[in-house]
Design a protein around this ligand. Structure first.
Ligand code: DHB
Ligand code: FE
Length: 284
């Protein structure tokens, strides 16, 4: 495999993430936001920017550099990447105030709906020679009283052993390491996959340039993404991390929570197994 095939550019992931967002947005039912609310929220955002300019004594040079950067983020399609890394965690924190059950985490820019449906014990689609440590992820979906949830499904997606997501990196076949697993009537599931690698924000685009200019690092710890849903229950969007993994304590997206860290057990044959139970609350 050549270098170009192994290193999809920021423009590949940015453009695909923007397109995926537009499609999801078209299919979502959004309610109108009142002028009062828009004025309140946007007014606060602008006041925060004005405060930063005053307290940091931002110069004309810096203001123009910021404008040039904002234009590049738009042209490179990187708004979904930038906002999901640097802003979504706070939106999730506010949403979590009214949530019981399994803790949530950010959705991120790489969710794709409509993936293959799989029975409760399944392997995710992968290449015949898929790299990475085999991992079995198993558990149960229960309600807040501990009863098994009937009709639960786990919409799961994650990066490959190089940290890339199918659908957002042209060298990967569509649909790999993604699937919708239907738990059995006891809420049980057992999903075969490979351990994902940590994810690095593309360094060749404007978000990467900003991170470098600010002296930050571009890494997220390795993670599984999940949306767990069932009829009559509130869906949970979350991520699961791996204990001892790199960047667990310094996630650039600030999306880790101690309750969401798996401790996979080595099975003695080079494979890993991890158990996790999800708890769903009734739909509100
Ligand atoms: C981003 C990527 C991820 O895989 C994720 O989980 C969250 C954010 C991003 O590049 O914005
Ligand atoms: Fe991710």
């Amino acid at each position: 495999m050549t270098m170009t095939e192994q290193s999809p550019s920021a423009v590949d992931s940015g453009t695909s993430a923007t397109e995926a967002f537009r499609v999801a947005r078209r299919e979502s039912t959004t309610t109108d936001i009142s002028p009062q609310r828009v004025g309140d929220v946007v007014g606060s955002v602008l006041a925060g920017i004005h405060d930063a300019i005053r307290s940091r004594e931002v110069t004309y040079d810096e203001f123009q550099a910021a404008k040039a950067w904002l234009i590049e983020v738009g042209e490179g399609g990187e708004w979904p990447l930038f906002l999901d890394v640097f802003v979504e965690h706070t939106v999730e924190e506010v949403a979590a105030r009214a949530q019981r059950g399994t803790k949530g985490s950010i959705l991120g820019p790489y969710y794709l709906p409509g993936q293959v449906r799989l029975p409760s014990t399944s392997k995710l689609p992968m290449r015949p020679d898929e790299k990475g440590t085999p991992l079995v992820f198993a558990g149960r979906v229960r309600d807040v009283d501990g009863n098994p949830v009937v009709g639960a499904e786990l919409d799961i997606w994650h990066a490959d052993d190089d940290g890339y997501y199918s659908g957002f990196a042209p060298h990967l076949p569509d649909g790999i390491l993604r699937g919708v697993v239907e738990a059995d009537t006891d809420g049980r599931f057992e999903i075969g996959t490979v351990q994902p690698a940590p994810y690095r924000i593309p360094t060749d685009g404007p978000t990467g340039a900003l991170i470098e200019a600010a002296g930050w690092h571009p890494w997220r710890p390795a993670h599984l993404h999940l949306v767990v849903r069932a009829p009559g229950f509130r869906s949970i969007t979350t991520q699961l991390y791996f204990s001892g993994g790199d960047w667990l304590d310094s996630d650039v997206a600030q999306a880790t929570k101690p309750e969401l860290v798996l401790a996979p057990q080595s099975q003695g044959d080079g494979t890993l197994r991890s158990e996790y139970d999800f708890v769903l609350e009734p739909a509100g």
